[in-house]
Design a protein around this ligand. Structure first.
Ligand code: DGY
Length: 320
């Protein structure tokens, strides 16, 4: 029996590509270039399955133009805001994602961003590298301590829970908001707030860990940023469109917020030029899940979903 043709849209880990080549007729992208809408549509005529990243956008328009040959899109990401799920479902295309396996790596980056923002890591790094570190005094580069402070997690799903686990050594009092309150055994003493508004004024650091959906677009707008405590810190490892970046820049300029730690931006790649000018922003280029272990695990999880589908079983991470 002929093997399904699988298009892997980006350069994935060697272990993932080797396993895929063992089980599928694979089309790889060794140059790792990003395919645009018309190219995705053209490629779809040649393949039974697509294994994309969040960099390939399956909008309503693209979904409507994909070839009938494509039966499954097995994403190499937990976030699926690049996929118009109802439009893909209407085409009868199965869509999966890769939850669980990137939670710890993303939580590590949330911790790095929180500490980097609180302890002025970008400023300090630049000072030393640029040869501008010429004196030391007790009033030099004074930041904020996070030990014993209050952390507010917006979205206590898999990543939110991993953030809570990873900060436990800092003795932070954890608060959270979530669509549903968690059962006590999962909540483990974290303080529940039934609205984001209510959470924001109660904590010193806010970590965004909710998915990007039409409901969370610009969740952190000027009004909600204004609800944060003066001198608070905002951390985002989820998606850039959760934040009104102009409003955030203003709150950082006026020092209403002490700092922000951001791994994701509205415009990627590149980030936000206005935010990049500010000293009190610690930025990274969307690398929450970028560890060797997690890249392998994401690739394998996507392949597990494909294997199940082509074996006639329900893929574990089926979304539609
Ligand atoms: C995810 O899995 O959603 C990460 O942001 C990488 O795409």
């Amino acid at each position: 029996m002929s093997r399904p043709v699988l298009w892997i849209t980006r350069k994935l880990s060697d272990a993932t590509e080797q396993r895929a080549a063992r089980d599928y007729e694979v089309i790889l992208n060794p140059e790792d270039r990003v395919y645009q809408a018309d190219e995705i549509v053209a490629m779809s005529a040649k393949v039974d399955a697509i294994l994309p990243c969040h960099s390939e956008v399956f909008s309503k328009d693209v979904a409507g133009r994909l070839s009938d040959r494509v039966r499954i899109i097995a994403n190499h990401s937990v976030g699926v805001d690049h996929c118009d799920l109802p439009a893909l479902q209407a085409r009868g295309i199965v869509v999966t994602n890769t939850p669980d396996v990137l939670s710890d790596a993303t939580a590590e980056i949330a911790l790095l961003l929180m500490l980097g923002a609180a302890r002025r890591a970008s400023e300090g790094d630049r000072l030393v590298r640029e040869g501008r570190w010429v004196s030391w005094s007790p009033s030099f580069m004074v930041g904020r301590q996070t030990t014993g402070k209050k952390l507010g997690i917006v979205g206590m799903g898999r990543v939110g829970l991993a953030v809570r686990r990873i900060v436990s050594g800092l003795g932070m009092e954890v608060h959270y908001s979530n669509r549903r309150r968690l059962p006590p055994e999962t909540e483990q003493g974290a303080v529940y707030h039934d609205s984001v508004d209510d959470l924001l004024g109660a904590v010193d650091v806010v970590s965004l860990n909710c998915p990007s959906t039409p409901d969370t677009l610009n969740l952190m707008d000027a009004r909600r940023i204004g609800l944060m405590r003066p001198g608070a810190i905002l951390v985002n490892t989820a998606r850039g469109n959760l934040i009104d970046e102009a409003a955030l820049a203003e709150a950082l300029r006026t020092r209403h917020l002490f700092a922000a730690g951001l791994d994701v931006f509205k415009t990627e790649p590149s980030g936000n030029a206005e935010l990049a000018l500010l000293d009190n922003v610690f930025v990274l280029p969307h690398i929450g899940s970028a560890t060797r272990e997690t890249r392998d695990a994401m690739g394998f999880r996507a392949l597990d979903n494909l294997d199940a589908f082509f074996a006639g079983r329900e893929p574990r991470d089926r979304l539609v």
